[in-house]
Design a protein around this ligand. Structure first.
Ligand SMILES: [Fe+2]
Length: 454
């Protein structure tokens, strides 16, 4: 089976326009550009440039204009590598313009968690004043995003939701598909007092762009989720919804975000669940002013890849960080805060996917052709000298045996005994399939399967 990889460059928290940034960025960007060819050699070619929010500092149009210029320069450097990735971004809290403190809607939105009537109106009425306040705070961001194509930044083609930043798109190659979902996690951070646990991402944000998110994600070979904030910033109640309805274990292969300015990754399986894997991007330009008057700078970025070889699925992240020598010379290097398996990247094995697309594709054809032409089914079943090949096509897609394997054991044993002398037509039954797997060797006669009675 051929290898298929999807690869990206991940940037976050540029904060373009931040006070004191201009002279520092004009120096730093050259170290970024110096590093790109090396990182490209290790992790390219990139399909996508992902920007997980806080592109600018205060959401002002002139800041967005400056960010566009910076992006164009970056894309020029990437084009020098003969690489032409698509671009996708989600907004961060610095990309919105905070509403006036006396704005009544903004004041009521501040009480989101204790006002069900505000939640109801916001989520169900497109013309509600709450929706208008949020959209207006993100109007500059939205205008910027819509201007990028004209500026020569190749946007990933996506379907948008009811909030700026909510979008879904995909990249297809060699019959494989990467799904990309961006969600606006910042729209409720409308005032400077917002803190950990205050935010909300509604499941309607996802279901608006993906009415069947679970089915769509299952049909893709890989799925990425992008937000600005980590889930710790959601309210406790919303976090429970997030885990069940938005990003349950196994739906997305990787959740990318920024906001915290420090890099972090984890892959966590709870009580045997599929692992939830996250990567928190460092800030591309983080400048923290500390209480003692000093400042701290954090600069970094990363590349990533999702790939499969046969049924093995893998995530690699190349984390980069800006280091300055004692002499004052700076450069981007691999970030050795991470355990870098090959000295440049982290390597994480991903859980196997629950296949729905391939299963239906494989099952649809034999069943429909049997119904139309019974002889065709007979030919398939009897012409093979290796019946395991026939059965293997089905067995490969079955889930591991569960407690239902022991249901209707009498009927199962009767069915298995019947395999000794005759062809067995199987009536769809939860308990039968596991026994047939177990006794596949004995089933080296003529076995056909149908979903209704013989
Ligand atoms: Fe942020």
């Amino acid at each position: 089976m051929s290898d298929t990889s999807f690869r990206w460059l991940h940037l976050s928290d540029l904060h373009f326009g931040m006070k004191g940034q201009a002279p520092l960025w004009s120096n730093l960007k050259h170290h970024l550009y110096d590093d790109l060819p090396l990182l490209f050699q290790q992790s390219g070619p990139w399909d996508l440039v992902i920007f997980s929010g806080d592109i600018v500092q205060k959401g002002a149009p002139e800041e967005f204009h400056g960010a566009t210029c910076a992006l164009k320069e970056l894309y020029g450097k990437i084009a020098d590598l003969n690489c032409y990735p698509k671009f996708i971004a989600v907004p961060g809290n610095h990309d919105l313009v905070r509403p006036d403190e006396k704005d009544m809607s903004a004041m009521l939105l501040k009480d989101w968690h204790s006002r069900p009537e505000v939640r109801e109106q916001f989520l169900t009425e497109p013309s509600s004043p709450y929706r208008k306040t949020v959209k207006s705070s993100l109007a500059n961001y939205q205008a910027w995003y819509e201007s990028l194509s004209d500026a020569g930044i190749p946007l990933l083609e996506t379907t948008f939701g009811f909030l700026p930043g909510d979008q879904v798109g995909c990249i297809e190659r060699n019959g494989k598909q990467l799904g990309i979902v961006g969600l606006n996690s910042t729209w409720l951070q409308l005032n400077k007092d917002s803190k950990l646990g205050d935010l909300h991402v509604d499941h309607l944000q996802l279901s608006t762009i993906l009415p069947d998110a679970e089915g769509w994600c299952r049909d893709n070979d890989f799925n990425l989720l992008i937000t600005h904030q980590p889930v710790e910033w959601l309210s406790e109640r919303n976090l429970a919804t997030w885990k069940k309805e938005i990003a349950p274990p196994g739906r997305f292969d990787l959740h990318l975000f920024g906001h915290m300015h420090e890099p972090l990754s984890s892959s966590l399986s709870i009580m045997g669940s599929s692992a939830v894997t996250i990567f928190q991007s460092p800030s591309l330009f983080g400048l923290e002013h500390l209480a003692d008057g000093s400042s701290q700078r954090i600069h970094g970025y990363s590349a990533g890849a999702l790939s499969n070889s046969g049924s093995d699925r893998q995530l690699r992240i190349w984390p980069r960080t800006y280091m300055v020598s004692k002499a004052g010379q700076g450069r981007m290097t691999p970030n050795h805060e991470f355990i870098l398996d090959d000295n440049v990247s982290t390597i994480t094995s991903l859980p196997r996917k629950i296949a729905t697309k391939s299963t239906s594709a494989i099952f649809a054809s034999p069943i429909s052709s049997t119904a139309l032409n019974p002889k065709a089914e007979e030919f398939v079943a009897t012409s093979s000298t290796e019946p395991q090949e026939v059965l293997g096509r089905f067995r490969h897609h079955l889930l591991p045996p569960g407690p239902h394997a022991f249901v209707r054991k009498v009927e199962q044993d009767t069915a298995v005994r019947a395999l000794d002398n005759r062809c067995l037509w199987i009536v769809a039954d939860w308990g039968l399939r596991v026994r047939l797997e177990t006794h596949a060797d004995r089933a080296s006669r003529r076995v056909s399967s149908m979903t209704d009675a013989a």
